[in-house]
Write a protein that binds this ligand. Structure first.
Ligand SMILES: NC(=O)c1ccc[n+]([C@@H]2O[C@H](COP(=O)([O-])OP(=O)(O)OC[C@H]3O[C@@H](n4cnc5c(N)ncnc54)[C@H](OP(=O)(O)O)[C@@H]3O)[C@@H](O)[C@H]2O)c1
Length: 373
C-alpha cells in the first residue's frame, strides 16, 4: 500500500499541516487518483476560515480542495469509463454535506473521485493545466443548465439553438467560473456579453464573448445593455460581490428573467483570516443577510427568478454525468473547451498548499493558483 501525504485541516480554523492519511479504497462508483496537480478556489479559504459557521457539517480532520488532475491508480467494481493509468481530471466533493472529507479531497497525494464527476485528459493537455477546470466548469454548468437556474439546453442537445440569437450575460467573465461560463454558453449556441478588466478583455473575447465591458467602469451596465443590442436575453450569471445588483439592472432593462447568483453580495474575506470568528462575524453576516434579502426582493419586483448556485450540486442530478461524461471530454479532445484560467503554479507538495490558499485569498487576475503533488 503506497503512502498518502496530505495537507490536513486537523481542527476547525487551524492552519493546514502535512500528515499521513490512508490511501482511499475506491467505492463501486469511484476511481482513486494519484494527484499530480490541485487547484485552489476561493471556497477553500472560506471553509478554512469560516467553516464552523458556513460549513457546519464539516468534521475534522478534513482534506480541502475540489480540483484534481492526476493518474488513475485503482477503479471501483462498477467503473466502466476509466482504467488504471488513465490521465484524468475531476471534481472532489468531500467537503459537501454527507461526504467524507478525507477520502475525497484535492490536497493530498491520493484521492477518490466519483466516476461521474471525472473526465479523461487528452495527452497534449498538461495535468497542471487540466486541474484549473473542475469547480469552475461545474459551477458555470450549474448556472447555465440546471432548470433551477437558466435551464438552457446543453451543448449538443437536440434542442440547442444554432443561430446565436439568444444572449447570455456573464458578469465576471475573467473569473475562473466566468471563463467556463463564457465557453459553455457559447458551445451551447448562445451569444455572450460579459465583463472583465481591460487587461483581460482580449482573453475573455478569445473564449467566445462577443462583447466584453469593463466591470470597473461606471457605465458597465449601460455598456452591457448596449452590447445586447435588443436581442432576447436568456439569463445572466452573476460572479463577484457587486455582480447581482448589476445583473438585475441589466435583466430589467433587457427583459431577461433568469439570474444565477454564484457569489455572496458581501465578501467573507474580512472574517476568514481573523483569529476569533466571534464577534467579528456578526456585522458581516448581518450585512450579508440584509443585502441578500434586498437583492432578492429587487429581483422579484422586476419579475426576475434569482437563485444561488451550488457548484457541486450536479453530483446528484443528470447534469454531472452529461458535463463530465460528454461535454468536457469531447470539448477538451477537440479543443473547443480550453481549461482556463491559465494555471499559476506556486509550489510542490502538500506543504505548499497553505501558501497557495493564502495566495488565492490575496487576489488573482485571470489566473488559477495550482500546486503540483
Ligand atoms: N456558488 C458556488 O458554488 C461557487 C463556486 C465557485 C466560485 N464561486 C464564487 O464565484 C466567484 C468567482 O470565483 P472564481 O474562483 O471564479 O474567482 P477568481 O477566479 O478568484 O476571481 C478573480 C477574478 O475576479 C475578477 N473581478 C474583480 N473585480 C470584479 C468585479 N467587480 N466583477 C466581476 N469580477 C471581478 C477579476 O477579474 P479582473 O482581474 O479582470 O478584474 C479576477 O480575475 C467568487 O465569488 C466565488 O466565491 C461560487
Amino acid at each position: 500500500m503506497p503512502d498518502n501525504s496530505a495537507a490536513l485541516l486537523r481542527e476547525p480554523r487551524g492552519a493546514l499541516v502535512v500528515d499521513r492519511v490512508p490511501v482511499p479504497v475506491p467505492a463501486e462508483d469511484e476511481v482513486v487518483v494519484r494527484v499530480r496537480a490541485a487547484a485552489v478556489n476561493p471556497v477553500d479559504w472560506v471553509i478554512q476560515g469560516t467553516g464552523p459557521v458556513t460549513y457546519r457539517w464539516l468534521r475534522t480532520p478534513a482534506v480541502l480542495g475540489s480540483d484534481v488532475a492526476g493518474e488513475v491508480v485503482a477503479v471501483g467494481s462498477g467503473v466502466t469509463r476509466f482504467a488504471v493509468g488513465d490521465r484524468v481530471v475531476g471534481l472532489a466533493t468531500g467537503t459537501d454535506r454527507g461526504r467524507d472529507p478525507v477520502h475525497e479531497g484535492a490536497f493530498q497525494e491520493h484521492t477518490a473521485l466519483l466516476e461521474r464527476l471525472t473526465a479523461a485528459v487528452p495527452d497534449d493537455v498538461p495535468l497542471e493545466q487540466a486541474a484549473v477546470l473542475p469547480l469552475g466548469a461545474s459551477t458555470a454548468a450549474c448556472a447555465l443548465f440546471q432548470p433551477k437556474h437558466l435551464g438552457l439546453p446543453l451543448p449538443g442537445a437536440a434542442d440547442a439553438p444554432s443561430d446565436r440569437s439568444g444572449v447570455v450575460v456573464v458578469w465576471g467573465g475573467s473569473t475562473s467560473v466566468g471563463m467556463n461560463a463564457v465557453q459553455l454558453a457559447r458551445a451551447a449556441g448562445y451569444a455572450v456579453v460579459s465583463t472583465a478588466s481591460p487587461r483581460n478583455a482580449a482573453t475573455v473575447r478569445s473564449l467566445g464573448a462577443e462583447v466584453v465591458v469593463d466591470h470597473g467602469s461606471p457605465t458597465a451596465v449601460d455598456d452591457l445593455v448596449a452590447g445586447v443590442a435588443g436581442r432576447p436575453v436568456v439569463g445572466a450569471v452573476a460572479l463577484g460581490t457587486t455582480s447581482t445588483a448589476a445583473c438585475i439592472e441589466v435583466l430589467r432593462r433587457t427583459g431577461g428573467t433568469a439570474l444565477a447568483m454564484a457569489s455572496t453580495p458581501v465578501s467573507l474575506d474580512r472574517i476568514a483570516g481573523r483569529r476569533r470568528l466571534f464577534p467579528a462575524m456578526l456585522p458581516v453576516f448581518t450585512r450579508l443577510g440584509l443585502a441578500t434579502l434586498a437583492l432578492t426582493l429587487r429581483a422579484r419586483r422586476a419579475g426576475i427568478r434569482a437563485a444561488f448556485v451550488w457548484g457541486s450540486s450536479l453530483r446528484d442530478d443528470d447534469l454531472g454525468p452529461e458535463l463530465w461524461g460528454r461535454v468536457l471530454p469531447e470539448g477538451l479532445a477537440d479543443g473547443s473547451i480550453r481549461p482556463m484560467p491559465e494555471p499559476l503554479v506556486v509550489g510542490h507538495g502538500p506543504g505548499a498548499v497553505q501558501g497557495a490558499i493564502d495566495r488565492q485569498r490575496a487576489g488573482v487576475s485571470a489566473r488559477k493558483v495550482v500546486v503540483t503533488l
